[in-house]
Design a protein around this ligand. Structure first.
Ligand code: NAD
Length: 476
């Protein structure tokens, strides 16, 4: 970075992009074509609430249409603005390319604090926003497919899907207009947890490759690693829960809007989550030390730092003080381009957002395919698979009898082996495969090229190359 001024989110994404394309040999002009955001639509609409007409401002940005539909979440936050939505849309293009989800990049946002409205009001606002976008094909199963993001979830996606269906009564694929829906409204098992689950799979894959672990100055596996997480929302909660309950990691710090909780022996993530649901924040949680200045905890000693709240939290003001051996960007853009330079110098390994939080869009892709095929995954094969496994178990039981005490089947083998995979297991398997493959594609570039200093650059190189190939195949 030549300037010492903190770049905006949009500038950060462009700087990271530029750093990667400088190493590529793209045809003249193609670099700019890929980098720029194709279109951003701003909508201002009124909703009558509490006797007044309240005007809301929303955006839907389409970054790249090299593949359609374009895909990207809808965020509800007071911080939403054009720069942010465009940066997030660009990240979606690179993310989809990296995990080979056949989509272009898009993103939407509504400038609103959802906590200020009750459920009925939020439904009115969401339906009106969806109407404004759908009538311009900015929500459409074959053109533009939103998903949840910060401040939105299954409930909002169900309202959007229903609003689209009301406006397109004969569209047999209407449900595929949005992903992240509840199961009863055409959703898929495992979507709510998908982004956090993807963070877990990403870390597992990282720890399977000793070169990267060594670069971070760490050893061993996830077991016993000290983890600090910022943001115990959808992504942060699931990531921290799975890492602590299934991989033996210790959550030593949880940072939220109202401070942070600390405990070197590990914090019970589920208990904190339940506390937040009940009390609206982590203040007062009895089983860990509470500190008021949450953001300062980002600089505490730990092995793995998981920013899972919002962008720009690790910046030129605090990067030098970061003590984590590695950072996994569960949020989008939590490390600014300026901080990225400082952390690289310090030897902190960063697993970048375009890979780390791609679990959400990956399972959204499965949901979209499920909606278009109008059938639940596993419905055709499951029982047939079980019948074939039964044949093997029958033979083993015969052998068991024949061999007597000399050999016997492991007690729960029969039960585990007989059961055919249901939708959740298939989704997890597909997500795991995607996260492993994408990591390996970045890892190969990172370790085979001297001029590629980090995983972010490697991720951008793989993603931009795929987008460029797609444009070239179209004759551009
Ligand atoms: P969310 O709204 O469910 O959770 C965000 C959490 O962060 C909340 O608990 C909130 O209280 C907390 N938070 C907000 N401001 C904070 C601050 N200043 N300090 C500490 N905590 C703060 O949102 P989410 O869906 O979990 O998204 C979080 C991040 O992950 C965003 O960057 C989003 O773009 C990214 N992401 C989400 C998904 C998804 O599937 N939901 C997919 C990919 C990326």
């Amino acid at each position: 970075m030549s300037s010492h001024k903190e770049p905006s989110f949009r500038q950060s994404v462009d700087l990271m992009f530029n750093r990667a394309v400088a190493l590529m040999d793209l045809p003249p002009g193609l670099e700019e074509k890929i980098r720029v955001c194709n279109a951003t639509y701003t909508v201002r609409f009124g909703v009558r609430l509490r006797g007044h007409i309240k005007t809301f401002v929303g955006y839907r940005s389409v970054h790249s249409e090299h593949m359609e539909p374009v895909k990207g979440g809808i965020r509800y936050s007071l911080g939403v603005n054009q720069d942010e939505v465009e940066a997030l849309a660009a990240l979606m293009t690179y993310k989809c390319a990296l995990v080979e989800a056949p989509f272009g990049g898009s993103k939407g946002g509504l400038c609103i604090d959802p906590r200020e409205y009750d459920e009925h009001e939020l439904e009115q606002i969401t339906r009106r926003f969806a109407y404004e976008l759908a009538k311009r094909d900015l929500i459409n199963p074959s053109q533009n497919v939103p998903a949840p993001d910060m401040g939105t979830g299954e409930r909002e996606m169900a309202w959007i899907a229903d609003q689209y269906a009301r406006m397109n009564t004969t569209d047999i694929n209407a449900r595929a207009c949005v992903t992240g829906k509840p199961i009863g409204a055409g959703g898929i098992a495992g979507r709510v947890e998908a982004t956090g689950r993807g963070v877990q799979y990403a870390l597992r894959e990282f720890f399977r490759h000793p070169e990267g672990v060594k670069k971070a100055g760490l050893t061993g596996k996830l077991d016993g690693k000290r983890v600090i997480v910022q943001g115990l929302g959808n992504v942060g909660y699931h990531a921290a829960k799975f890492l602590s309950e299934e991989d033996g990691a210790k959550i030593t710090g949880i940072i939220e809007r109202d401070g942070a909780l600390l405990d070197d022996n590990g914090i019970d993530v589920e208990a904190v989550h339940q506390w937040i649901v009940k009390h609206g924040g982590l203040t007062g949680y009895p089983d860990a030390l509470h500190v008021a200045e949450g953001a300062e905890v980002l600089q505490n000693e730990c092995d793995i730092l998981i920013p899972a709240a919002l962008e720009g939290v690790i910046n030129m003001a605090n990067a030098a003080g970061i003590k984590a051996a590695m950072i996994i960007e569960a949020a989008n853009g939590p490390v600014t381009a300026g901080a990225d330079d400082i952390l690289r110098e310090k030897g902190v390994v960063i697993i970048p957002d375009l890979y780390a939080n791609a679990g959400g869009v990956t399972v959204s892709y499965f949901e979209w395919v499920k909606n278009l095929s109008h059938i639940r995954f596993g419905r055709l094969q499951r029982r047939q698979e079980e019948a074939r496994h039964q044949l093997v178990v029958d033979e083993l039981e015969r052998l068991d009898k024949y061999l007597g005490d000399a050999w016997t089947m492991t007690p729960d083998f029969k039960e585990k082996y007989l059961r055919g995979a249901d939708e959740l297991e298939l989704v997890r398997s597909g997500l795991d495969d995607t996260m492993r493959e994408a990591y390996q594609s970045m890892h190969e570039v990172w370790h085979s090229r001297e001029d590629v200093p980090d995983l972010r650059m490697a991720g951008y190189l793989v993603a931009i190359d795929r987008v460029a190939r797609s444009y070239r195949a179209k004759g551009l």
